[in-house]
Design a protein around this ligand. Sequence first.
Ligand SMILES: Cc1ncc(COP(=O)(O)O)c(C=O)c1O
Length: 384
Amino acid sequence: MGFREELAADAAQLESGGRLRILREIAPEGHGLCRCDGRTYWNFSSNDYMGIAADAELRKRFYAEYPDTATPELALSSASSRLLTGNTPAYTRLEAKLSERYNHRAALVFNSGYHANIGILPALASKEDLILSDKLNHASIIDGMRLADAEFRRYPHLDCDRLEAILRQKRADYRRVFLVTESVFSMDGDTADLRRLVELKKLYDCILVVDEAHSVGVRGPKGTGLAAELGIADEIDVLIGTFGKAFGSTGAYAIMAPETRTYLINHMRPLIFTTGLPPAVLNWSCFVLDRCAEMDAERAKLRRMGETLRQAFGANTIAGDSQIVPFRIGGDREAVEKANYFLENGFLVFAIRPPTVPPNGARLRFSLSAALPEESIEQLRRLI
Ligand SMILES: Cc1ncc(COP(=O)(O)O)c(C=O)c1O
C-alpha cells in the first residue's frame, strides 16, 4: 500500500468504528445561536461560556475605542517572537492588567493554552524531578509531560488520597515534585479539590500547577477562576488561564512568582520560538478582561443553567457544579446517534469519543453559555 492508501485505510477504519473526526463549518450568530449546514441551532458546544466571542455589540464597542483603525494597536501581526521585536506595548498592558487582577503576582502571556502546557513543564521540570498529574488532565498537559525530561505518573482522577500515598512513598526520591491538575475538568465538568492540593503541596514541598482554562471568566471574583473563588490563588505556584474560552479571545497566561517568569522567558521553547500574538488580539484580551469582570449576573445565570441541566440529566451525568454538563452514553456509535437526535431537534452538541475520553466513555458534552436563553434549557429538558 502506498502512503495515501494507508492514510485512506486509516480514515475508513475510523469511520467504521464511528470515530472519524471531520471539520464542520460553523458560523456563530450571537445570542447562543450558530449556523451549520444551512440550519440554525442552539449552540451547546462552544466554550464561549460568557457569550463574549459571538457578541457583535461588544466587538463594535472595542473597535470604537480606536478612532483610526489604522492604529498599530489593531495590527494583525507582531511579525516576530517576543524576544526579538514582537513584544509590543499591548503585551505590557495586558500583563500589567493580569498582574493587578492576581494580587500583583507576575503574569506572562502565551499564544495559546496548548503552547503554555507544552512549554511550562518541560522548562521547569528536569531529570531529577517527578510530575504527578490527574488522570483526566487535558491532552496539552500530557504532551507537556511527554516533552519534559522528568518522570511522570498519573494518579486516579480527583483521588487526593492516592496522590498523598504516592507522595509519602516517593517524595524523597526526587529533587522537585510537580502536582498538576485542571481546576474545572474540560470533559467531565467536575472540579479538583484545590484546597487539599494546596495542603499536599505544602506538606510534601511540591510545586502546584493548576490549569484554569475552564474556570477563568466563569468563576471567582472578576472571573479570576476557581482558586481565586476559594481564596487560594496566591498558593498556586503556576496558575494557567486561557483567553480562548470564557474570555472570547485567543492566547493564554500564567500567574506566578517573578523568578518563575524570568526562568520561563529564558527557557520555555513555545514562548521563545514562536511569533508573538497580534496587538489587535492582545488589546481585545485586555478589553474583555474588563468587560468580563463586570459579568457577575452572567456568571450566576451560568451556574443556574448548569444546575437545571444536571438535574435533568440525573444519573446520566457526572456530579459537578460547572457550566460543562456531560451526558454519559458509553459506546461511540450510540453517542453519535444521540448527538444526531439533538441536532435534528435544533441543538448543536457533539459526541466526544475516545481518545479524547477513556474507552467506553463516549458522551455528549453540553457546554453552556450565558448567551443562551434559559428557555433553551427548558426545550432541551423536554427532549431527554
Ligand atoms: C484544560 C485545557 N487546557 C488547555 C487547553 C488549550 O487551550 P487553547 O485552546 O488556548 O490552546 C484546553 C483547550 O481545549 C483545555 O481544555
